[in-house]
Ligand binder design. Structure first.
Ligand code: FAQ
Length: 312
């Protein structure tokens, strides 16, 4: 088949919802887009471990500590599935991690905000995992096979994370005045950054149109953000706390909530590297990589010795 026939065949498969697999022919830009998105996603998972790890040693009870520990471990696992999915596109993990450490690759803006109180563990589970699920459930049907399959397990675990976050919020909201204030304060600080997780508005999103055509994305950034607002407002009402947006109200005609304008300057500033914790996060990841050098060396040397023994 010549290039044109290969491309036609690829497009037919996309149109018929037949998954693209690692050994199939694919356009260079499809491959590049997937490497960009999957690696950003993998980096987000492992950088996302840091704000919560900050609270493992200070969790209020043994039960909360066990759940926090399990959640952070799940995130490491998600990173690993996603790096593996990304490697099937012909890039190796060392290169991907180097891109993270040198600031060439992005990770989610949300993880550049600090976790100031225990209530932030509730707000992250409820809002950040809630937004992650909204974005990731459709990715279970993304056109690239290894990414779609990784997402199925990730989504199951994220649902548990969302529930445990909401349950922390519920406990605080049913507690003392001071606890309820902590929950409200966490919602105030995490609401807008959670909305920013869905990416720039559709008119300013350079990649959405093509990614929708290739069925990498199944919904646009604004569509998912709207779904998230609609799903989350009743949950805030149930908790008895206020979403910090005076323009948030039900619009009968649209059948959706209207909501206020996102501070896009803040978003673009954070993804350029100037958020409150960007430097701290990259320093922590780089240190972890350097501290782990001896483990990689030992594993490689063991593998080499084993293969020599097998060859002898
Ligand atoms: N932060 O044209 P678009 C989690 C970049 S969940 C940073 O709209 P696209 C779980 C974008 O890369 C969080 N950068 O791009 C967890 C592009 O940059 P480039 C991770 C952002 O790809 C929970 C530029 O802006 N989830 O980790 C952000 O079509 C709790 C233009 O944007 C995923 O990654 C942002 N928020 O749509 C862990 C999901 N938004 O490369 C621990 C998979 C946009 O041109 C605790 N990814 N950018 O320089 C996606 O669905 C998509 O990649 C979007 C962006 C929707 C994020």
């Amino acid at each position: 088949m010549d290039e044109k026939q290969l491309e036609d065949h690829f497009n037919e498969k996309i149109d018929q919802d037949i998954r693209i697999e690692p050994k199939d022919w694919m356009p260079d830009n499809y491959r590049k887009t997937l490497i960009r998105q999957i690696s950003q996603h993998a980096h987000s998972e492992i950088v996302g471990m840091l704000p919560e790890a900050n609270w493992i040693s200070r969790a209020p009870t043994l039960r909360r500590k066990a759940a926090a520990l399990a959640k952070v471990q799940d995130e490491a696992g998600h990173g690993l599935y996603l790096y593996s999915a990304c490697e099937t596109l012909g890039i190796d993990r060392d290169t991907l991690l180097d891109q993270l450490h040198t600031g060439k690759a992005k990770y989610s803006s949300i993880f550049n905000y600090p976790t100031l109180t225990w209530a932030d563990m509730g707000a992250i589970g409820w809002l950040v995992d809630g937004a992650a699920i909204m974005n990731q459930v459709p990715l279970c049907r993304t056109s690239y096979g290894p990414y779609a399959r990784a997402m199925i397990r990730v989504c199951k675990e994220e649902s548990f994370h969302q529930r445990q976050g909401f349950e922390i919020m519920l406990t605080l909201c049913k507690g003392s005045e001071e606890q309820k204030k902590m929950a409200q304060d966490a919602l105030n600080r995490w609401w807008w950054p959670a909305l920013m997780m869905f990416g720039p508005s559709d008119k300013d999103s350079p990649h959405t149109e093509q990614s929708m055509r290739w069925r990498i994305k199944r919904f646009t950034n604004d569509e998912l953000r709207q779904k998230f607002v609609d799903a989350t407002k009743p949950q805030a009402d149930l908790l008895g706390i206020e979403i910090p947006d005076p323009d948030l109200k039900w619009n009968e005609e649209r059948g959706h909530h209207d909501f206020g304008e996102i501070n896009w300057d803040e978003f673009f500033n954070v993804i350029k590297g100037n958020g409150p914790c960007n430097k701290q996060r990259i320093d922590a990841r780089t240190k972890a990589w350097e501290d782990g050098a001896w483990v990689r060396e030992a594993a490689n040397s063991y593998a080499e010795k084993k293969s020599k023994r097998n060859a002898a």
